[in-house]
Design a protein around this ligand. Structure first.
Ligand code: PLP
Length: 476
């Protein structure tokens, strides 16, 4: 299996070459040359694999279609080490809960940081450790976070050989729970840096450090952001698992409703559908930051400035542009790399938008690729959390509420919709109190974490100071 760039760069690469990379050299995103096709017999076999051997065995089946430069026995061992009941809370790993006829929740947030990013990041940590050991290399992951991504990365990389994490976050701006989750980690390879500024300042520092190519090379600076193909691939597995849990035979169809920001999660659903999984529709749910909903309704993709990016009560979906979206547009355009490059490189850079609304291909987003979309607001979120708790006794978080709201609105008669639950309510306690007038449920292992000792370095918004900190903590 070889990987190409959505912007047409002539190089083709293998999985382990792109594993530790971000963007392709031409600024495009990596995709497989073709999606492996899963026929009816394979679907039947995989259904049995999941039922008899569990999630890790299914993950191995899916991943091995895309990864041919790790020996099968090693890949299997990596999957088994990653997807355990101990780490993810249940034997099913992604169990379903039925809310009402035709509407189920798939739990993706029972991992160490209680958000779906653990599903991919835990695998990434093990893949990184494996590949770095094989190469005899080290990697220093530099990132900026306002919450979920940073903690998922730290819990995935803690204690891993060959990897250090330097994670910047805006000082005093994360919830007490999120700060406790990250800053209570005492592993020597995890470094929390609280920057006196906002999230954008953190991101600017990461950019400034990464743009210093000599420093980047010398200190082996890398990232784990959501455009990483390995993360996306790990997410493909739970669409198969969710489908098998929700159905009895492969004649049935299932639609997925996905709380979306950077389009990574739902893009994995697109890949699963292209492989032949009988997915009905992929329902994209956004919050007030409705870049994606606008596209699927009108064909216009318009990135927002920071003044038009709202801080909402589903903060992990507060994005101004959807960094994985280029992958889908590349497929929608019949894999025309020159045109993809023209839209994402030229038009977005010059005009901050492009419009496919009058292109006949745009209609295929719905007809051929099964996409639908809707949006949700703070008031919708509160009402959905309240109704779901009162009617079903199930407490959902703010992001999942956006998914449930849109799923209820768009669901057609007879359609089976699985909503992906992307975080647990404890992470967003303030909004839960606003919706329900009570505190969210707290998993026992998080009792009292706010009181644990914290390990964090507070620093001014200064790239030079951050570089000095990295230099001081990395033997070269
Ligand atoms: C990251 C995140 C999302 C958005 O996922 P994308 O892959 O960026 O679309 C939704 N909900 C939660 C809780 C998240 O952490």
């Amino acid at each position: 299996m070889l990987y190409l760039s959505t912007r047409g760069h002539p190089d083709r690469k293998r999985f382990c070459e792109i594993l530790l990379e971000g963007l392709a050299p031409d600024g495009g995103l990596y995709l497989p040359e073709a999606y492996p096709q899963v026929d009816a017999a394979t679907l039947t076999r995989w259904r049995a694999v999941l039922a008899e051997q569990g999630y890790a065995a299914l993950a191995f089946e899916v991943l091995s279609l895309y990864i041919d430069d790790i020996p099968a026995a090693d890949l299997k061992a990596l999957c088994e080490k990653t997807y355990t009941a101990e780490v993810f809370g249940t034997e099913e790993i992604v169990p379903l809960t039925t809310l009402e006829d035709g509407l189920q929740l798939e739990a993706l947030s029972n991992g160490p940081t209680l958000a779906f990013k653990d599903m991919a990041m835990q695998l990434l940590g093990n893949l990184f450790e494996y590949e770095l050991a094989r190469r005899g290399e080290q990697l220093n992951i530099l990132g900026a976070t306002s919450g979920d991504t940073g903690s998922a990365a730290e819990y995935a990389m803690r204690g891993k050989q060959g990897v250090r994490v330097f994670m910047l976050s805006p000082h005093g701006r994360m919830s007490a729970f999120q700060q406790a989750q990250m800053f209570s980690l005492m592993d020597p390879n995890i470094h929390n840096i609280a920057v006196e500024g906002v999230f954008d300042d953190c991101q600017d520092i990461v950019k400034a450090v990464s743009n210093d190519l000599d420093f980047k090379r010398k200190y082996k600076i890398g990232t784990v952001n959501s455009i990483n193909w390995a993360r996306l691939l790990a997410q493909v597995v739970y669409y198969f698992a969710g489908y098998f849990y929700a159905t009895r035979s492969n004649e049935q169809k299932v639609s997925f409703a996905v709380p979306s920001g950077n389009f990574g999660n739902v893009c994995a659903g697109h890949v699963a559908r292209q492989m032949g999984l009988p997915i009905g529709r992929l329902i994209v749910a956004t919050n007030e930051n409705d870049v994606l909903d606008e596209f699927f309704r009108t064909g216009t993709y318009r990135v927002r400035g920071s003044a038009d990016t709202y801080e909402t009560s589903s903060p992990s979906m507060d994005i101004s542009k959807a960094s994985n979206f280029e992958r889908f547009v590349f497929d929608l355009l019949g894999r025309d790399a020159a045109r993809t490059k023209q839209l994402f490189d030229d038009e977005l850079r010059l005009h901050g938008r492009f419009d496919l609304g009058r292109d006949p291909l745009f209609a295929q987003a719905a007809s051929r690729y099964g996409f639908a979309s809707g949006k949700s607001t703070h008031a919708n979120r509160l009402a959905t959390i309240k109704a779901t708790f009162e009617q079903h006794g199930v407490m959902i978080d703010t992001h999942t509420a956006d998914g449930v709201k849109v799923a209820r609105e768009l669901r057609q008669a007879g359609e089976n919709v699985v909503v992906l639950e992307t975080a647990l309510p404890i992470k967003f306690a303030e909004t839960i109190r606003e919706a329900l007038g009570r505190d969210p449920e707290r998993p026992a292992k998080f009792d009292g974490i706010e009181a644990l000792p914290k390990r964090v370095q507070v620093m001014g918004a200064d790239a030079v100071a951050v570089k000095r900190y990295i230099t001081d903590h990395c033997p070269v």
